[in-house]
Write a new protein. Sequence first.
Length: 115
Amino acid sequence: VQLVESGGGLVQPGGSLRLSCTASGFTSTTYAMSWYRQAPGKERERVATIISADLRTNYADSVKGRFTISRDNAKNTVYLQMNSLKPEDTAVYYCQAIGSGYVYWGQGTQVTVAS
């Protein structure tokens, strides 16, 4: 059972990044996949969620209109496309999977927005 994130890095304000989260070992029973983030000194917050059954999505107000969550079932991968990035988006971004009787987390990937 594993969630592996990638795609983080340093980007200038107004720029874009795409994060990826590849799952293995449990994907057939996953109810939802989410991206969370945690900035230094702050609590972890949910950024976006995609429901496996119908691909419904929802977003934190702070990222609506700028971030898009999607998934590729053939690749067992969930993406987070982040556009119009702001310095306040700087954080470690984590992938989460929820299923029947489990919650799994990835190791996190750092996103830094700075000029």
